[in-house]
Write a protein that binds this ligand. Structure first.
Ligand code: NDP
Length: 481
C-alpha cells in the first residue's frame, strides 16, 4: 500500500510516530493509501526548517517568487490528468469535475497570486505639508494553512499560493480525509527547485497535527477553511496568542427565486448550485425559496431534472454526482434526511442511499434529495448538511424572502434570481452574507473579497485581501522639515 509522506525542509519524510492510518476511496469503500499520523514533533521540525528558510525567502525579489510559483503552475498543468484522477479517487467527486474545475483552479491560484504580488502596492499619505507617511507591507514569518476535504487542492492552494507570494514560509495541513493531491503537490515543489523549508506539508488528524500548527508560538497567522465548530476551537487557541486569523467556515445558503426570473437559466443553474460536488461545496444553495406564484411549476420541473441526475462511478464521463467523501459524512447526511422526515418534511425525490453495481458496490453514494413542507426555522433549515440535500420553501413577499434568508446563524453566500434590477440591488444590500450572486452561481473573479459573516467566518480571502492578510503593515512617518 502506498504511503503518503510529509514534506519537511524540502524532503519527503515519514512521520515522527512512524504510524499511519487508512485513506479510503469513497467510491469503493476500500483503502488505497496510508496517511502519516503526524503530531507536534513533525510540526516542530517543519517550524525549525521554516525559521531557517525565512530570512532568505523573505528577501527574494518579487520576480524570483513569481518565477517559482509560475513553475508550480506549469508543472501542475503538465500533470493535470494525474492530479484530477488522484482528487477524484480521494474525494469521490466526478473525475470530469476534478479535471475541469478543481485542478484548473489550483493552477489558476498559483498563476493569479504570482501575478498579484507583482502588482501589490501599499498606501502613502501626505499629511498636509508637514509629513509623508508610507506603509510597508512585510511578510509575517511562518504561517499555518489548514484546509478541508471538499475542494482539496483548490482550497489548499488558495491559501498556500498567496502566503508564499507574500514572502512567508508555510506549514500546511490538508484534510486527513483527502491528503493525496497536497502530497503530489509537494513533489512538484521539489521538482521546481523551491528552496528548502519554505513550504512544508504535515499530514494527519486535525486534533493532533492541525492543533499543533494552530498552537505553535512561532506560527504567526493561521488561515483555516472548514467547519464552524473547528473554527471556534482554532480561534480559542489562537486568540490569546494574538495570532492573525482568517476563518472561512460553514454555510446554509439561500437560493431566492422570484417569478420574474429567466426561468430556464435559473432552473439549470439551480440544479448545479444545489448538487455540484454532491452538494459538498460551502457555496451550494441548500435552502431554495420560491415565489409562491411559480412554486408548483418549479417544484415539478426541478424535481424532474434532479431525478435525471446520474449518480455513478466518479471515473465515468456520464456521472453527474459521485460518492460522499467518507462513511462518517455519509452517515451524517443520512441522519439529516431522517431528521427532515421526522420534522414533517416530504421527500420529493431521493432520500436514500444509492446502490451501485460492480466496482462501486461498497461505495458511499446518496441520491440527490429534495424535501419540502418544512418550516424555515426547523433544524433541517438551520443546520449545515453539506451534502446532496436541499429544501424547497414558498414565499409571498420580498420581506419574507429576506427574513427567511437571514434566519440562520450562517452568512456565507446568497443566490438571487430576478430580472427586476432595482429589486436585485435592494435585496443584495439586505442579505446578510459575504457574497451575493445575482442570476448566476460560482461565477468567480479571484480579485474579489471572499468570505462570510456571522458564523460563516471572519476575514476575507482573495485578491489583495489575501496579500494584506499575509503581510504586516508598518507605517513609516517622515517629517518634511
Ligand atoms: P473540518 O472543520 O472538520 O476540518 C477542516 C480542517 O481542519 C481539516 O484539515 C481538519 O483536519 C482540520 N482540523 C480539525 N480539527 C482541528 C483542530 N482542532 N485544530 C486544527 N485543525 C483541525 O471541516 P471539513 O474538512 O469537514 O470541511 C467541511 C466544512 O468546511 C464545512 O462546514 C464547509 O462548509 C466548510 N467549508 C467552508 C468553506 C468556506 O470558504 N467558507 C469552503 C469549503 C468548506 P482533519 O480532516 O484531519 O480532521
Amino acid at each position: 500500500m502506498d504511503k503518503i509522506k510529509n514534506y519537511i525542509d524540502g524532503i519527503l519524510t515519514t512521520p515522527y510516530s512512524n504510524n499511519y492510518f487508512n485513506n479510503f476511496d469513497p467510491s469503493t469503500g476500500g483503502v488505497f493509501t496510508m496517511i502519516p499520523d503526524s503530531g507536534a514533533e513533525d510540526v516542530e521540525l517543519a517550524v525549525s526548517a521554516a525559521e531557517r528558510a525565512f530570512p532568505a525567502w523573505s528577501a527574494t525579489s518579487v520576480e524570483e517568487r513569481y518565477d517559482l510559483l509560475m513553475s508550480i503552475a506549469r508543472l501542475l498543468k503538465e500533470r493535470l490528468e494525474k492530479f484530477a484522477l488522484a482528487e477524484s479517487m480521494d474525494n469521490g467527486k466526478p473525475l470530469k469535475l476534478a479535471r475541469t474545475v478543481d485542478i484548473p483552479r489550483a493552477i489558476k491560484n498559483f498563476e493569479f497570486f504570482s501575478n498579484a504580488i507583482t502588482q501589490f502596492s501599499s498606501e502613502a499619505h501626505s499629511t498636509d505639508n508637514v509629513a509623508i507617511n508610507y506603509t510597508l507591507r512585510q511578510p509575517l514569518g511562518i504561517v499555518g494553512a489548514i484546509s478541508p476535504w471538499n475542494l482539496p487542492l483548490y482550497l489548499f492552494t488558495w491559501k498556500v499560493a498567496p502566503a508564499l507570494a507574500a514572502g512567508n514560509c508555510v506549514i500546511a495541513k490538508p484534510s486527513e480525509v483527502t491528503p493525496l493531491t497536497a502530497y503530489l503537490l509537494s513533489e512538484l515543489f521539489i521538482e521546481a527547485g523551491f528552496p528548502q523549508g519554505v513550504f512544508n506539508v504535515i499530514h494527519g488528524y486535525g486534533h493532533t497535527a492541525g492543533k499543533a500548527i494552530v498552537s505553535h508560538p512561532q506560527i504567526k497567522a493561521v488561515t483555516f477553511t472548514g467547519g464552524t465548530r473547528t473554527g471556534k476551537d482554532i480561534a480559542a487557541i489562537a486568540a490569546p496568542m494574538f495570532k492573525k486569523l482568517s476563518l472561512e467556515l460553514g454555510g446554509k445558503n439561500p437560493t431566492v427565486i422570484f417569478a420574474d426570473c429567466n426561468y430556464e437559466q435559473m432552473l439549470e443553474t439551480t440544479v448545479r448550485s444545489s448538487f455540484t460536488n454532491q452538494g459538498e461545496i460551502c457555496l451550494c444553495g441548500s435552502r431554495i425559496l420560491v415565489e409562491r406564484s411559480i412554486y408548483e411549476k418549479f417544484r415539478k420541473d426541478f424535481t424532474e431534472k434532479v431525478k435525471a441526475l446520474r449518480v455513478g462511478d466518479p471515473l465515468l464521463e456520464e456521472t453527474d454526482t459521485g460518492a460522499i467523501v467518507s462513511k462518517q459524512h455519509f452517515d451524517k447526511i443520512m441522519y439529516h434526511i431522517s431528521l427532515a422526515v421526522n420534522e414533517g418534511g416530504r421527500v420529493l425525490c431521493g432520500g436514500k442511499a444509492a446502490r451501485l453495481p460492480g466496482r462501486c458496490s461498497g461505495g458511499w453514494f446518496i441520491e440527490p434529495t429534495v424535501i419540502e413542507n418544512l418550516p424555515y426555522n426547523c433544524r433541517t433549515n438551520l443546520e449545515e448538511i453539506f451534502g446532496p440535500v436541499v429544501t424547497l420553501m414558498p414565499f409571498d413577499t420580498e420581506e419574507q424572502a429576506i427574513g427567511i434568508s437571514n434566519s440562520t446563524e450562517y452568512g456565507l453566500a446568497s443566490i438571487l434570481w430576478t430580472e427586476n434590477l432595482t429589486r436585485a440591488h435592494r435585496i443584495a444590500a439586505e442579505l446578510k452574507s459575504g457574497i451575493v450572486w445575482i442570476n448566476c452561481w460560482m461565477l468567480r473573479d479571484l480579485r474579489t473579497p471572499f468570505g462570510g459573516v456571522k458564523n460563516s467566518g471572519v476575514g476575507r480571502e482573495g485578491g489583495l485581501e489575501a496579500l494584506r492578510f499575509f503581510t504586516e503593515p508598518k507605517n513609516v512617518c517622515i517629517k518634511l522639515n
